[in-house]
Design a protein. Structure first.
Length: 482
């Protein structure tokens, strides 16, 4: 598609004047069977949001390339300079798998799994955050805008400000920010809040999260705070909600391509030309409600409300954080349950569930979205959920029903979806049936409204809104052509 640089595409803008800092780089190394190293886009919402945004923008992305040992040197990706930060195997275990994904991730997602606390993990978190701050301080030019992303790097704003007070620093949290009762469990709660307050602007997905943060800052640090501003020594830190989005036009254009339509037809045929296809696409994560969804589907089959011959479920679940115990347990349980359901309800050549764990390219994902009569997005808690937005953007035919959890950030915006509470098994079953049996006119009206919303509220609108708040002087946006 045509390059429509967001911000952007201003040749005079140097790569070191806009620096994005995220634990993960937008590309991942995958060692092929022949031992060669191939690079591909890493699955996950943060990369899906930022990668299309920065493409062809003079910027630097500071992040981890996915392995251990010395950081590889990477070429620019679509004009963005990749600055790699190395992680040792201890850092991987204690920072990424430990503090980030076994302490913070569960606490920030309603503790749907038990968070773990280890002092060694905190040491690693500090050490890795310091390394990211130093790497950023090295690459950012005088007065640059630095945009720090997500829960892995909450100390970076504070550490970076100490190193480089000349920088304009933003922080954005892609995941939910929990209510005070949960956050207060964290042994290092004060340090984490202090770290975030090193930013000039702290952004969240939802207004409730900004409210939780303001309450905590007052409760833990004794600072005067509203849901918009916090006074920290001689500075004002702004806070607010900036719901992240997708490149709506790009997904719509992709889904509209003739080869995607052909692929969609072939996929439907390969699935046995069922009357209805239900699709779910998740990282294999306990926050995504995969087990609850399988149980609901299994009970619908058992009750005879859904017949394998007429309806199939396609569950894409790409493995994630595979060395973390809770993720291993989840994968085992999901695979056992898929096996049980297929064994009990499937027929020769007609499985009840098509279960796929591969990463797909965007074309294949778009084709899958196009055949989904019902897209079931039912996380127990999710900061946003970009899969829901991608599905809507891909339905250029205005067909397809989105079944969406009330506990996904996306529900606040996509209110025309069929909303369900995934903790309520009966409600989930009724929601699935309602979406399967909905009148085409109703489905169409809802989809049209959601598509119109996403055309306006796309990833560019998100970046514009965040960056114009961060850089109130307007300097950045002027330079970026915004
Ligand atoms: P999270 O960030 O928690 O993974 P999101 O729904 O916000 O959840 O984002 C997931 C992103 O990863 C989406 O852009 C989706 O298209 C992508 N993705 C999920 N599964 C796959 C897969 N099997 N192959 C490729 N991309 C995937
Ligand atoms: C979520 C997080 C991201 C993370 C992604 C994939 O979207 O908010 O920060 O990159 O999941 O997880 P991973 O652990 O593979 O980076």
């Amino acid at each position: 598609m045509a390059v429509t640089p967001l911000l952007i595409g201003m040749p005079e803008m140097r790569q070191s004047s806009l620096v994005v800092v995220a634990n993960r780089l937008p590309i991942n190394d995958n060692v092929a069977l022949d031992g060669a190293c191939e690079w591909r886009r890493s699955p996950g919402g943060l990369v899906s949001a930022l990668h299309p945004l920065l493409r062809h923008t003079p910027a630097t992305w500071v992040g981890w390339a996915g392995g251990t040992g010395p950081a590889p040197t990477l070429p620019d990706v679509d004009g963005v300079r990749m600055h790699t930060v190395p992680l040792s195997s201890e850092d991987l275990r204690d920072h990424y798998e430990g503090f980030a994904n076994a302490t913070l991730w569960p606490i920030y997602h309603d503790a749907v799994e038990q968070p773990e606390h280890h002092r060694r993990w905190w040491d690693a978190y500090q050490r890795v955050n310091q390394r990211f701050a130093e790497a950023t301080a090295q690459v950012a030019e005088q007065g640059a805008v630095v945009w720090v992303q997500d829960y892995h790097l909450q100390l970076v704003p504070g550490l970076l400000r100490a190193l480089r007070p000349d920088l304009r620093i933003g922080f954005f949290l892609h995941v939910p920010f929990p209510p005070p009762e949960l956050f207060m469990q964290l042994p290092r709660r004060a340090e984490l809040l202090h770290g975030m307050l090193g930013a000039d602007l702290v952004g969240f997905q939802r207004a409730q999260a900004a409210h939780n943060f303001a309450q905590l800052v007052t409760k833990v640090l004794g600072l005067p705070a509203t849901d918009r501003r916090i006074a920290v020594e001689d500075r004002i830190v702004r806070i607010g909600a900036f719901p992240v989005s997708i490149d709506t036009a790009e997904m719509a254009a992709l889904a509209d391509r003739p080869e995607v339509a052909d692929r969609a037809r072939r996929l439907r045929h390969d699935l046995g030309s069922p009357e209805q296809v239900i699709l779910s696409v998740d990282r294999m994560d306990y926050t995504k409600g995969i087990e609850q969804r399988l149980k609901a589907y299994s009970e619908l089959l058992e009750g005879g409300h859904v017949k394998v011959r007429d309806t199939v479920l396609v569950q894409v679940a790409v493995p994630s954080r595979e060395r973390v115990g809770q993720y291993q347990i989840l994968r085992d349980r999901v695979e056992r349950e898929v096996g049980r359901i297929n064994g009990e309800f499937g027929r020769v050549g007609e499985p009840a569930i098509h279960y796929l764990t591969q990463p797909f390219d965007r074309t294949e994902l778009a084709a899958l979205y196009r055949i989904a009569d019902v897209m079931a997005v039912t996380p127990l808690r999710d900061g946003m959920n970009l899969v829901a937005k991608e599905y809507v953007a891909a339905r250029v035919d205005d067909a397809g029903a989105l079944l969406l959890s009330e506990f996904a950030g996306a529900a606040a915006e996509l209110s025309q979806a069929y909303l369900v509470n995934p903790h309520d098994l009966e409600g989930l079953k009724q929601g699935l049936l309602a979406a399967l049996r909905a009148e085409p006119a109703d489905v169409r009206a809802r989809m049209q409204a959601m598509r119109a919303y996403l055309r306006e509220h796309d990833i560019r609108a998100w970046a514009r809104s965040y960056l114009s708040t961060l850089d109130q002087s307007g300097l950045l946006l002027t330079r970026l052509g915004g």
